[in-house]
Design a protein around this ligand. Structure first.
Ligand code: SF4
Length: 338
C-alpha cells in the first residue's frame, strides 16, 4: 500500500489563548509575532511579549508541536536593531524556526544563529524555484511559503526543482498584490501595511449607517456600499466595489472580499509534495483559530487514515462561518487570468 506524507498544519496565533486552542485543535505548528513592527500583524491587543512566547513554546513543545516566529516585515532603514533583537529573542526563547522576508534579517540570523531554521516568508514573494534556490544557497532557508498567486501546476514545478520544503496557504484572506506590500492603503491612510499590522488599520475604518444601507470607508475613502442584508467584508481597498470606466454600476475591480479555501484541492496539494499547509489569520479571534484548525486537522487525518476523501458539508459549513464576507474562493487555483 502506498503511503502518503501528510503536510504539517500551521495555524496562526495572535495571542496565547489562540496558541493553546490551535495546539489543542491539532495544529502541528503555530506561528506568532512579537509586539512590535518586526511582524506584519503589528497592532494593539495582538501578539506576544517574551514571557508569553516562553509560555507558548513550553505549551507547544510539551505536546510535540512547534512554534514559528514571524519576523516577516522589512526592517526600517533608519534603525534595524529591533529586527536583529527579535532574531536573538526568538533564538533565546526557543522558537523552532523564523519566518523571514528581509535579506538583511536572513543574513543576520544565518550569521548569528546558524542552528535556527529559516523559513522564507510569503512577504518575500518568491514564486520560482530559482528564486527559492537563491535564498537556500545564500541564507540556508529550509522552507519557503509560496505567494497565493500560483496554480497547482506552478506549485508542482517549484517543488520538482527545489529541495526546500514548500508551504502553501490553505485558508484565509487573500492579497492580490505582492503579499501585503501594495501601496493602496498607504495612499489612503498614510500607514504602511508592512509595519502597521494590516492594510486597513482599525482607526481608519468607518462604518456609516444610511437610509439605504451601510457605507464602508477607509480614512474617508469610500470602499463599498452594502444593502441591509448583504454580507460585509472587512473594508480593504483592493476588495472594494468601484465604478470603472463606462461600467453601469460599481463592481469588484481588483479582488472580491472572499477567503481562500483549498479544502477541495487537498489531495492534489499533498500529491504535489507540499510540506505544510498554512491557515491565515493572526488578527482573527481564538474561536476562528480553533474552528478552522479543527476542520483542517480532520481533513488531513482522513487522508492519513486512507479514507476516501470528500469534503464534508460540516467542514464547509464551519469554514463558511469564518470566511471573509462568508464567501470562499479557490483564488489563483481557478482564476481565469494570470
Ligand atoms: S490592500 Fe489588498 S492588495 Fe494591497 S496589500 Fe492589502 S490585501 Fe494586498
Amino acid at each position: 500500500m502506498s503511503t502518503i506524507t501528510i503536510p504539517d498544519l500551521v495555524a496562526p496565533a495572535g495571542s496565547l489563548r489562540a496558541l493553546t486552542l490551535a495546539i489543542d485543535a491539532g495544529a502541528d505548528a503555530v506561528y506568532l509575532g512579537l509586539k512590535n513592527a518586526t511582524n506584519a500583524r503589528n497592532f494593539a491587543g495582538l501578539n506576544f511579549d517574551d514571557a508569553q512566547v516562553r509560555d507558548g513554546v513550553a505549551y507547544a513543545h510539551s505536546r510535540g508541536r512547534q512554534v514559528l516566529m514571524a519576523l516577516n516585515t522589512f526592517a526600517d532603514a533608519r534603525d534595524d536593531r529591533p529586527w536583529r533583537a527579535a532574531v536573538d529573542a526568538a533564538a533565546a526563547l526557543g522558537a523552532d524556526a523564523l519566518i523571514v522576508a528581509d535579506t538583511a534579517v536572513l543574513a543576520y540570523a544565518r550569521d548569528h544563529h546558524p542552528g535556527l531554521r529559516l523559513h522564507l516568508s510569503v512577504q518575500a514573494s518568491a514564486t520560482t524555484h530559482t528564486a527559492i534556490e537563491y535564498y537556500r544557497q545564500r541564507f540556508g532557508i529550509q522552507r519557503a511559503v509560496l505567494p497565493r498567486v500560483l496554480t497547482l501546476q506552478q506549485i508542482q514545478q517549484v517543488i520538482r526543482n527545489t529541495g526546500v520544503e514548500i508551504e502553501v496557504f490553505g485558508f484565509g484572506s487573500l492579497c492580490v498584490m505582492v503579499e501585503g506590500r501594495c501601496a493602496l492603503s498607504s495612499y489612503a491612510t498614510g500607514q504602511s501595511p508592512n509595519t502597521a499590522g494590516v492594510c486597513s488599520p482599525p482607526a481608519a475604518v468607518q462604518w456609516i449607517e444610511g437610509p439605504t444601507g451601510v457605507e464602508a470607508r477607509l480614512a474617508g475613502v469610500l470602499i463599498d456600499r452594502y444593502g441591509p442584508q448583504e454580507p460585509r467584508g472587512y473594508p480593504t481597498l483592493c476588495k472594494g466595489r468601484f465604478k470603472v470606466g463606462d461600467a453601469a454600476a460599481p463592481d469588484y475591480a481588483l479582488e472580491e472580499p472572499t477567503s481562500l479555501n483549498t479544502l477541495a484541492l487537498l489531495p492534489q496539494l499533498i500529491a504535489s509534495g507540499v510540506s505544510a499547509i498554512k491557515i491565515e489569520g493572526r488578527q482573527r479571534s481564538p474561536s476562528y483559530v480553533a474552528g478552522v484548525t479543527r476542520v483542517w486537522r480532520e481533513a488531513l487525518d482522513s487522508l492519513r487514515n486512507g479514507e476516501r476523501y470528500s469534503v464534508q458539508p460540516a467542514w464547509q459549513h464551519e469554514l463558511g462561518r469564518w470566511a471573509e464576507g462568508q464567501q470562499s474562493t479557490l483564488g489563483a487555483f481557478d482564476r481565469p487570468w494570470r
